[in-house]
Design a protein around this ligand. Structure first.
Ligand SMILES: Nc1ncnc2c1ncn2[C@@H]1O[C@H](COP(=O)(O)OP(=O)(O)OP(=O)(O)O)[C@@H](O)[C@H]1O
Ligand SMILES: [Zn+2]
Length: 679
């Protein structure tokens, strides 16, 4: 949400909160051992490297206390007769002094030098030096003259095998380390064919909930998704008495796909089925298989189903199945073959059981349209249950579930809270209740009030309050911006009623105007959409009228208005110039995002789309300015009240402006006529 002055509507906003992908993150798939063990491995590894290093040092003919000295120093020592013998190896010369000498050590080259804090000089008996390329011709004679014993050492020093071994040591160690890891992982698997079978990593880390665990969930904990619940009652019954169904040769459904937006309770419902039927629940998340070593995913699936069969009747739940069940060939990531193997294994397992074992597979996704068709074939996930975002009644029921242990103040009617929270999922409602309870606790209240719920809602939508200090001029400007949104919402027939206006900075927003629909909307008439766009542009329009200048504060408004206008043109056939032609990619109703490439569009059409979107926005902008100019008095009144009180609720807004509540739209389909500005 890149919103400065806040936007006018709850609807878009809530859709935005729903936009996050994926939902419940699976346990990230770090395969292997507990952290303690892993640390020990690294210690062993470091010790081996160190050993390797010391052996290397031992192979050096003169041990490890040699000091590297400059060539000139070396010559001086020879000249003074202090050098007994040298070993030359290529350009390198090692040797001993007859008497230990203190020489300037070359930076960081010696072990002796390392002991002190980089001493400028060291005393040593052994030295090494490098011959320069331009060795003076008289060098040998010079050495002989000073009675230096010369011994050449072959470049392939000592035992070439040893040198090779230790030269390659580190590489070998690393390879060995991986082999060891691999073997370790493979240790516990019963012979599963070639390659020594799979890994211990292949053991599914399925979470299992037992009959009597405190985590047991039942249908009592699920609310607001009754249709989905009812469809699962039959499955519960089957799990309770499998014989009843199998006696006559029938078999239960093997797989059920739960489809719905994040947080609509897919996992909850699956657990509730297990809880109701009193059977164990084995669950895994598809995302755990991504980025895994090839073969592990399949092994895990095998293990998961084995466990489930052993404990049948039971439930297997695969969350986020879209992350493995993506249509094959559609996967571009490197994990492709792994996903494919995992998917194939799931299919094999599901084909493998006859439906009489009493294992039922539930899988959840919010992207049903990208699933591999093979998954949806008969005898697999051939049942599909859609979990919609809850309606008002559903939200009230969910709120009831989650407020069971929350003491509510007498002024809280959960129906009001439900009415103010369109678009919120079950998970978000739970967060809302929790947040409201926290706010109440922080203020040392004994009960949770309606105001707590509204504050929590605002926090949920926009983030926590921010204590930034705004200049009076900025505050006034924000007040005008928000009032612009609010006044238009009151004036435009069919617009959602204004629920609250606030100029308290929160998250990225400096102010906000909330609108809430009187009823949940499933179908949006064109005049309603137009009214929304006009309302969205009202913030900037008010600023322009009052100050004659623009600010960045309308960024979010512009973004939302453009998206809506573009949807009208490209998805909903509301442009006469373009007609009822699909011009946008398919829309995922569960995620609120576009998916896939979309239809191909000619350059001319693309230009027309842009022109139409611009036309809608421009007309709406003009209309917003016209209406606000005509109602300048009400605008000023609302601003004055906001500057004084920071936040106004619905009733206060109506009182301050003296405007009647927004009129419902009559004759919906053909009422694009905008209201008369001179009542
Ligand atoms: N219909 C509902 N009734 C009661 N609580 C709900 C409902 N839906 C969601 N919740 C609450 O939200 C929590 C999270 O929901 P859950 O994990 O089941 O959603 P999900 O659909 O699996 O989401 P995701 O797609 O993110 O995995 C639940 O544990 C529950 O507390
Ligand atoms: Zn705005």
């Amino acid at each position: 949400m890149k919103d400065e002055h806040g936007a006018s509507d709850s609807w878009e906003r809530m859709r935005q909160t729903n936009r996050g992908m994926g939902g419940t993150p699976g346990t990230p798939g770090a395969p292997g051992q507990p952290p303690g063990q892993r640390r020990r491995i690294w210690w062993i590894f470091a010790a081996l490297l160190l050993t390797n290093y010391f052996i290397m040092r031992l192979l050096s003919p003169l041990g490890d206390d040699a000091v590297t000295i400059p060539y000139t120093e070396f010559k001086q020592q020879v000249a003074s007769g202090n050098v007994g013998a040298i070993y030359s190896q290529g350009q390198k010369i090692e040797g001993e002094f007859l008497r230990p000498v203190t020489v300037p050590a070359l930076q960081g080259e010696t072990s002796t030098a390392r002991q002190g804090a980089s001493p400028p000089a060291v005393t040593a008996r052994h030295f090494t030096t490098l011959l320069p390329d331009f060795v003076d011709p008289g060098f040998e004679a010079f050495l002989i003259e000073h009675k230096v014993e010369i011994r050449a050492v072959p470049i392939q020093e000592a035992n070439p095998w040893l040198t090779m071994l230790f030269g390659f040591g580190p590489a070998l160690l690393i390879i060995g380390f991986y082999v060891w890891l691999y073997r370790r992982a493979a240790r516990h698997t019963g012979g599963l064919g070639a390659m020594g079978g799979m890994f211990n990593m292949g053991k599914s880390r399925a979470r299992r909930y037992d009959r009597d665990s405190a985590e047991r969930v039942t249908f009592d904990d699920v609310a607001g998704i009754d249709e989905a619940e009812n469809e699962l009652v039959e499955i519960v019954d089957f799990l309770k008495n499998p014989e009843k169904y199998t006696r006559l040769g029938g078999s239960a459904p093997k797989g059920v796909l739960l489809v719905g937006a994040p947080g609509t309770g897919k996992t909850l419902l699956a657990k509730a089925v297990a809880g109701e039927a009193n059977v164990p629940f084995f669950s895994m998340s598809g995302s755990e298989f991504v980025e895994m070593i090839v073969g592990v995913g399949a092994a895990r699936v095998r293990d998961l189903f084995r466990q489930a069969r052993e404990h049948a009747p039971s439930i297997v739940f695969i969350d986020e199945i879209d992350s493995i069940g993506r249509a094959r060939g559609q996967v571009v990531l490197s994990g492709a073959s792994e996903q494919e193997q995992t998917l194939n294994q799931i299919l094999t397992e599901m084909d493998g059981f006859s439906g009489k074992e009493g294992v039922i597979v539930l899988a959840a996704t919010n992207q049903p349209d990208i699933l591999d068709k093979a998954l949806l074939r008969a005898g697999r996930f051939d049942r599909r249950i859609v979990l919609n975002l809850p309606d008002k009644v559903g939200r009230k029921a969910i709120l009831e579930v989650h407020t069971r242990k929350v003491p509510l103040a007498p002024d809280v009617d959960l129906m009001d809270v439900a009415a103010a929270t369109p678009g919120l999922s079950g998970a978000e409602l739970r967060t809302l209740v929790n947040e409201a309870a926290l706010l109440a606790a922080r203020q040392n209240q004994d009960t949770v009030t309606y105001a707590n719920f509204m504050d929590a809602l605002e926090k949920l939508m926009l983030g926590p309050e921010r204590s930034i200090v705004l200049s009076p001029a900025d505050r006034e400007r924000i007040a005008y911006h928000e009032s612009g949104h609010a006044i238009l919402a009151l004036l435009l027939p069919g617009a959602d009623p204004v629920h609250r206006v606030s100029i308290v900075p929160r998250g990225q927003a400096l102010g906000v105007t909330y609108q809430r629909p009187t009823a949940d909307r499933y179908n949006f008439p064109e005049p309603y959409l137009r009214a929304r766009i006009i309302g969205m542009l009202g913030g900037r329009a008010a600023e322009e009228i009052v100050y004659g200048t623009r600010t960045t504060g309308a960024e979010n408004d512009i973004e939302q208005a453009t998206e809506l206008a573009r949807n009208m043109v490209t998805r909903w056939g509301m442009s006469d110039a373009l007609g009822m032609v699909q011009l946008a990619p398919r829309h995922n109703p569960f995620l609120g995002v576009s998916q896939g490439m979309g239809p191909s569009i000619s350059e001319h059409t693309a230009a027309t789309i842009d022109a139409e979107v611009q036309r809608i926005i421009q007309e709406s902008h003009e209309e917003a300015k016209r209406l606000l100019r005509a109602h300048r008095k009400q605008l000023d009144a609302l601003v004055a009240a906001l500057l004084e009180r920071d936040t106004l609720d619905e009733q206060e807004i109506l009182e301050v402006t003296g405007l009647p509540p927004a009129q419902p739209l009559k004759n919906l389909p053909n009422a694009p006529k905008l209201p008369d500005s001179n009542p």
